[in-house]
Design a protein around this ligand. Structure first.
Ligand SMILES: [Zn+2]
Length: 246
């Protein structure tokens, strides 16, 4: 299984960057997790739009889903014979982004597969386990397994033991860490810090930790240092183009 980061910024895309977007490949199948703002230009640097076999969305915030629109446009406008794109999401998570466009054919370019947080289901060669993790709107944490390896992705989530349970023994915990150490009180239950996800990675027994969704302007070294206070193994910060083989 190979992970390629397309973007790892939280909130809005910084100059030359992109919000959440992760390409996960196994056995020739390409799963795009969270098509956030500005990930399509990063994707098109390495693949044509029709190369994506399926999309999996954690939640409906635009920094996780907005670029589904240009992805569908690119598929349609480059080749109107592109197969329909299977998109797996919680109920209502795609409603707004799919309503963005008035191109009628776009409605047929996407095949929505709804799931409930807690469901387990396959996408191509991947086994998906999901769990509701605390955020300001429904958010599914997902554990994606194939070929004997797993990646556990938080989406956006405040601190919770449910993440530790979902990520137990995972090969890579890809964790939202919007802040370095302290989360402003208004977001304390719905977003996380590098300091806390370091603890969660250790408690879960994760082999590796990748911090993502850092607010633009955050010093990645400070985030890595905060997480390393409790998690002493491999730590990376998600940046476009970073790849990991698992
Ligand atoms: Zn969010």
């Amino acid at each position: 299984m190979r992970l390629t980061v397309l973007g790892g910024a939280g909130g809005y895309p910084p100059a030359s960057g992109a919000c959440s977007g992760y390409l996960i490949e196994h056995d020739g199948f390409r799963l795009l997790v969270d098509p956030g703002y500005a990930i399509v230009p990063r994707l098109l640097e390495i693949l044509p739009p029709e190369a994506i076999d399926a999309v999996l969305v954690s939640h409906g915030h635009p920094d996780h889903v907005a670029d589904l629109n240009p992805l569908l446009r690119a598929r349609l406008m480059q080749n109107d014979e592109s197969p329909r794109l299977a998109a797996y999401a919680l109920p209502e998570a795609l409603t707004r982004v799919l309503a963005l466009d008035q191109i009628t054919a776009l409605e047929d370019a996407c095949e929505v597969h709804g799931f409930a947080a807690g469901d387990a289901f396959p996408i191509g060669p991947f086994a998906i386990e999901s769990r509701l993790l605390p955020h300001s709107i429904p958010n599914a944490g997902v554990r994606i397994s194939a070929g004997g390896a797993s990646i556990t992705y938080t989406g956006d989530a405040g601190p919770t033991d449910d993440l530790v349970a979902l990520a137990t023994g995972t090969d890579l915990l890809l964790a939202e860490a919007t802040y370095v150490e302290s989360v402003p009180s208004g977001n304390a239950s719905v977003l996380n810090s590098a300091l806390v996800v370091g603890h969660q990675a250790r408690w879960a027994g994760a082999a590796r930790l990748m911090l993502t969704h850092l607010l633009p302007g955050t010093d990645p070294d400070a985030s890595r240092a905060a997480a390393s206070r409790s998690f002493q193994d491999w730590i990376a910060v998600a940046t476009p183009g970073l790849t990991v083989e698992l």
